[in-house]
Ligand binder design. Structure first.
Ligand code: UFG
Length: 331
């Protein structure tokens, strides 16, 4: 049996870029996705299995019939506001279904796990840039699901020897530099793709959620990290576990903060389009400033972001937006 990497949620935004990268580096890949929000045509190769993490029999069959060298888990719900309205949906999928996956791994003796965690585990930071040992006080169910899984992973390592790396993403953005993949969330809630829709004419405007934050221009500051750099960190983390490293958690960000107003100004410059900006009220639960201290990932994983300029992140996402406009108009 040839060894394969199981990518759960490989049809989604980050997962699909990961599948492409793994294939490009010569790994065998099996994608498991229920297509609840992913796209079958975003999985550019390898084996595709349609199915759900709640289906333990399917997981057992998957692990029994393949030689799975590691599991990467991208299949979670990501909307903070929705997690407040409907926490059951988040605990069920992000925690219970993840537990199902981990139990299947333990049962089949698969011991390497890469987990998509989030800066949301820190809640409202007491200081930025945020190091990994910052207190974990998530302020919404979404963030709590991520922190719960991280704690479960610590216990599973101790009890069952399951080795894991939790990667705490700051703001994932950008698209495949070769233009094959990009962000296709429906509904879209993320800042950069929404600004780009306003630039392309797919949306009338961009709403700025609050200008009264305690930041230099009053808008929220985030650390945008290119999707390809994120995926590269997963690859390094997996390869490190394959060499016998112990479990760990890493922040993934560039360490540069950009305000909402700065992102809009950069997008206007990169796209050479005028964007209509509407001032709106604050969105509940948005911390004013989230910036990563990612020095641990750089030191231990040898991670070196290649697309750390906001311009490149927006350029790649803009190329994808222009393609999407064409694709949608041809339908
Ligand atoms: N924003 C706007 N207008 C919009 C959309 C966003 O002003 O139309 C602002 C937000 O208020 C925030 C910033 O742009 O200040 C970034 O917002 P995003 O929704 O793009 O990203 P978040 O920082 O809220 O979210 C990120 C990830 C989520 C994850 C969350 C957890 O993108 O998937 O962190 O903290 F759930």
């Amino acid at each position: 049996l040839e060894e394969t990497i199981l990518v759960v949620g490989g049809a989604g935004y980050i997962g699909s870029h990961m599948v492409k990268m793994l294939l490009g580096r010569g790994y065998g890949v099996t994608t498991l996705d229920n297509l609840s929000s992913g796209h079958r045509d975003a999985v550019l190769g390898g084996e595709f299995v349609l199915g759900d993490l709640a289906d333990r029999a399917l997981l057992d069959k998957l692990f029994r019939e393949r030689k799975i060298g590691a599991v990467m888990h991208f299949a979670s719900f990501i909307q903070v506001g929705e997690s407040v309205q409907n926490p059951a949906k988040y605990y069920e999928n992000n925690v219970v279904n993840t537990l199902n996956l981990l139990d299947a791994m333990v049962a089949h003796n698969v011991k390497r796990f890469i987990f998509s965690s989030s800066a949301a585990v820190y809640g409202n930071p007491i200081a930025v840039p945020i190091p990994e040992d910052h207190p974990k006080l998530p302020i919404n169910p979404y963030g709590r699901t991520k922190w719960m899984v991280e704690q479960i992973l610590e216990d599973y390592d101790r009890a069952y020897g399951l080795k894991s790396v939790s990667l705490r993403y700051f703001n994932a953005a950008g698209a495949d530099p070769e233009g094959q993949l990009g962000e296709r969330h429906e509904p879209e809630t993320h800042l950069i793709p929404l600004i780009l829709r306003a630039a392309s004419g797919r949306a009338p405007d961009i709403k700025v959620f609050g200008r009264d934050y305690d930041t230099p221009d009053g808008t929220c500051i985030r650390d945008y990290v290119h999707i390809v750099d994120l995926c590269e960190a997963h690859l390094f983390a997996m390869e490190r576990l394959m060499k016998g490293a112990s479990s760990a958690a890493y922040n993934l960000g560039n360490g540069n903060g950009f305000s909402v107003a700065e992102v809009i100004a950069t997008t206007e410059r990169v796209t050479a389009r005028k964007i209509t900006v509407i001032d709106a009220t604050r969105r509940e639960g948005d911390p004013p400033r989230l910036v990563a201290d990612a020095s641990r990932a750089r030191a231990e994983l040898g991670w070196q972001p290649r697309f750390d300029r906001l311009d490149s992140i927006i350029e790649h996402a803009w190329a994808w937006e222009c393609k999407s406009v064409t694709r949608l108009s041809e339908k």
